[in-house]
Write a protein that binds this ligand. Structure first.
Ligand SMILES: O=C(O)CCC(=O)C(=O)O
Ligand SMILES: [Fe+2]
Length: 333
């Protein structure tokens, strides 16, 4: 009997019942976004698939989203060239103040960065924010700007589909979403080293907007689906983007959709870059449970809050909640 089978045999003999096999990992849904702009039957199927993926998995991959490979690669190159600048150059953007329009940091003062450096800035409307962005590398503004505009467009398409799928109608909140916050986080993780046992780049958390659209240079993102107690790694499918549900979509949907806990692990083969684009309402605009989704069988589950409230909440509550939305629950202890 081979050694492995032998040890399993011993284990099951000992307990009297064979050990249960772990369930095979379920592949993540991959959604063809082109169907949203085809005939109404195709759109209806795409809307159904998107809402099902949000409901059951909290995330999905999108292909055929209309963002060109050169635009996506351009954004990754711009990020990579920024992180290759001298420390002095990058630290021009260093700040402890989370309200700064642009911020570079390498430490874990945020409570979740274990091994990453990041540059975070706003992007929508681009004309209001681009003046704060780096001028080095020289193509940064052009390449990141093009990618930011494209992801904002995709976020609008996705939100229209989700709001339609929730029965709220595709133009629900449309103007507020168009003028809403787009917050872009560029993350840079070192290759994992054989010496260091800790392979976590970014600790488990949820994102606070409605949706996050994430582009990764190589695998490293891991997600924990709602019913699971295990991490699923998200493949870096060439040309695809990863999308997950944030805290404010959980609030808006009155808990029908749940924000997704995710983390980043260090890649054993190479350093890694990810670009997370977080989409929500404007700074002071409160997000509430949609009245249409509240009734006597589905009481309101969360209090309203804005992006600004999140920024106020964060400094004193580092590490208290993996999901900020827990702090908004009306029935919380
Ligand atoms: O690097 C990743 O894949 C995840 C990044 C992330 O979760 C974030 O920036 O909020
Ligand atoms: Fe995140």
């Amino acid at each position: 009997m081979p050694a492995v089978a032998g040890s399993l045999y011993m284990a099951s003999q000992h307990k009297g019942v064979p050990p249960p096999l772990p369930p095979p990992p379920r592949p993540l849904p991959v959604i063809n976004l082109g169907r949203l702009t085809m005939d109404s039957a195709s759109r209806a199927l795409a809307v159904r698939d998107i809402v099902l993926a949000c409901r059951e998995r909290g995330c999905f991959e999108v292909v055929n989203h209309g963002i060109s490979r050169s635009c996506m690669n351009g954004a990754l190159e711009a990020a990579s060239e920024f992180f290759q600048l001298s420390t002095e150059r990058k630290e021009e953007f260093a700040s402890d103040d989370i309200r700064q329009p642009i911020r570079y940091d390498t430490s874990s003062r945020d409570g979740i960065s274990m091994s990453r450096s990041f540059l975070k800035h706003y992007a929508n409307p681009l004309d209001d924010w681009i003046k704060f962005w780096p001028t080095q590398p020289p193509t940064y503004r052009e390449k990141m700007g093009e990618y930011a505009v494209e992801t904002q467009r995709v976020s609008m398409q996705l939100m229209e589909a989700i709001l339609q799928g929730l029965g709220l109608g595709p133009s629900y909140l449309q103007e507020k979403l168009e003028g809403g916050v787009q917050f872009v986080a560029l993350n840079n993780y070192p290759q994992s080293s054989a010496k260091k046992a800790d392979k976590i780049g970014l600790a488990p958390h949820s994102d606070y907007g409605f949706l996050t659209i994430l582009l990764q240079s190589s695998p490293g993102l891991e997600v924990m689906h709602h019913e699971d107690d295990a991490w699923t790694s998200v493949p870096a499918i060439p040309g695809a983007l990863h999308v997950h549900v944030g805290d404010h979509l959980e609030v808006l949907s009155n808990g029908q959709l749940k924000s997704l806990v995710h983390r980043a692990v260090l890649n054993p083969n190479e350093s890694r870059i990810s670009i997370a684009s977080i989409h929500g309402l404007s700074m002071d605009e409160e997000v509430h449970c949609a009245e249409e989704l509240v009734d006597e069988h589905h009481p309101k589950m969360y209090r309203g809050s804005s992006f600004q409230d999140f920024l106020d909440f964060l400094p004193a509550n580092m590490n208290r909640y993996k999901r900020y939305v827990e702090s908004l629950r009306i029935d919380k202890p």
